[in-house]
Design a binder for this molecule. Structure first.
Ligand code: PLP
Length: 395
């Protein structure tokens, strides 16, 4: 078997249908959508079409979609743009301890400018406490930024309830939906979110394109200044091929959202249940119930995540330890720490994240090899009683 790609929360394969719609923009359709001539106007229609496709996935109005370069830009634009629009009248921001760095870092940066950031904790299952949120909001709160789905564990937050609480206090609410979009239904008509971030490369569009949903009437100072593009909300000549690709990817994701993700969930459950049964000393990190259909985060006692990844890699299996952004560092991820996962378990944590392109054969392949990988690593583990007696007895 070639590559078994189970790292789809890091990035996804570009769908062939998406590549097909992008192609012509590298050839004859090279015009600038802001140009006054007919050639430019023709290109503008493709941008409009993509905007409607993205809006379709989110239950939004096309006029509420602004294209960006990635999820990180969408998050930065939402946070910086909101506090700049409100000014220093309100100086408090609320977020959670398990957000992606593209939310945590902009909030922490604002603290250097005189803002105060509250990072709400989560429980041992990674779940959100609505009571803590209610108590954290004050008259000084400018905005709340909470993610829909966690990238490491897949744990889902109750965004509708969060949005209702925040809006009842008249506070701006931003949601990082980068991992949720395309995996679960999102409907802006039902959920009173003001701002919502998505990223193309997490849903089978290419890297380098994202979008920010801005509910009509929400005040935002543009993050990128210096051009009238995107209704004056984001300067810079539009990345037309990628915008067209994102539009098609959102359309595809929306077409079979429930069916595709039911199938993905079946494969994920088959993988997870198989590993829990065959490997012993395995624990799931994060709620089993309130979770994305594609993600499984497991800790294997007495072995290091990095060592597992290395042996899986030799078998052509791609997974991740912690988030892609934190792997490479030996510190347990901030998400594992926030959930109170014991240090050794956090070190042995592996994230498998599936997509619609995974097959049953691939899952069988992982289930066939994984127990041997774990047994082999435990044999040489200094922490494991089953391991080398000399090393184990050193305590
Ligand atoms: N937010 C979440 C929850 C993510 O998982 C990621 C990427 O991993 C991002 C934001 C950043 O998105 P991008 O890679 O498009 O900048």
């Amino acid at each position: 078997m070639d590559t078994v790609y189970l790292d789809n929360n890091a990035t996804t394969r570009v769908a062939p249908e998406v590549r097909a719609v992008m192609e012509p923009f590298f050839g004859d359709l090279y015009g600038n959508p802001s140009s006054m001539h007919t050639f430019g106007g023709k290109i503008r229609k493709y941008v409009d079409k993509a905007r409607a496709q993205v809006a379709g996935l989110l239950g939004a109005d096309p006029g509420e979609i602004v294209f960006t370069s990635c999820g990180s830009e969408s998050n930065n634009a939402a946070i910086r743009g909101t506090v700049d629009a409100i000014g220093m009248r309100k100086r408090h921001i609320i977020t959670s301890r398990v957000e992606h760095p593209a939310v945590l870092e902009p909030c922490r940066y604002l603290e250097k400018e005189g803002y105060r950031a509250t990072e709400l904790p989560v429980d041992r299952e990674g779940l959100f406490d609505l009571g803590l949120l209610k108590r954290a909001i004050t008259d000084d709160t400018a905005m709340v930024s909470i993610m829909w789905a966690n990238n490491e564990t897949g744990v889902l937050f109750p965004i509708r309830e969060i949005a209702e609480i925040v809006k009842a206090k008249g506070v701006v609410f931003h949601c990082d939906a980068v991992q949720a979009a395309g995996k679960i239904p999102l409907d802006m008509r039902e959920v009173p979110v003001d701002l919502l971030s998505i990223s193309g490369h997490k849903l089978h569009a290419p890297k380098g394109i994202g979008a920010l949903y801005i509910r009509k009437g929400t005040k935002l100072v543009p993050f990128l200044k210096g051009g009238h593009q995107e209704g004056g909300k984001r300067a810079g000549t539009e990345n037309v091929p990628y915008i067209a690709g994102l539009g098609r990817a959102c359309e595809l994701a929306g077409e079979n959202l429930v069916e595709e993700n039911t199938r993905v969930k079946e494969l994920r459950d088959q993988l997870e249940e198989g590993l829990l049964l065959s490997c012993h000393g395995v624990r799931r990190n994060g709620s089993a119930e309130h979770r994305l259909p594609n993600t499984s985060n497991l800790s294997f006692d007495f072995v290091e995540g990095e060592a597992i990844l290395l042996l899986l890699d030799r078998l052509g299996i791609c997974a991740s330890s912690g988030s892609a952004c934190t792997s490479g560092s030996l510190e347990p991820s901030h998400v594992m720490r926030a959930m109170g996962v014991p240090f050794t378990a956090a070190h042995g944590s592996i994230r498998f994240s599936l997509s619609r392109y995974n097959t049953r054969e691939e899952i069988d392949y992982v289930l066939e090899h994984m127990p041997r990988v774990i047994t082999r690593l435990r044999k040489i583990s200094p922490y494991c009683a089953e391991g080398s007696p000399a090393r184990a007895s050193r305590g």
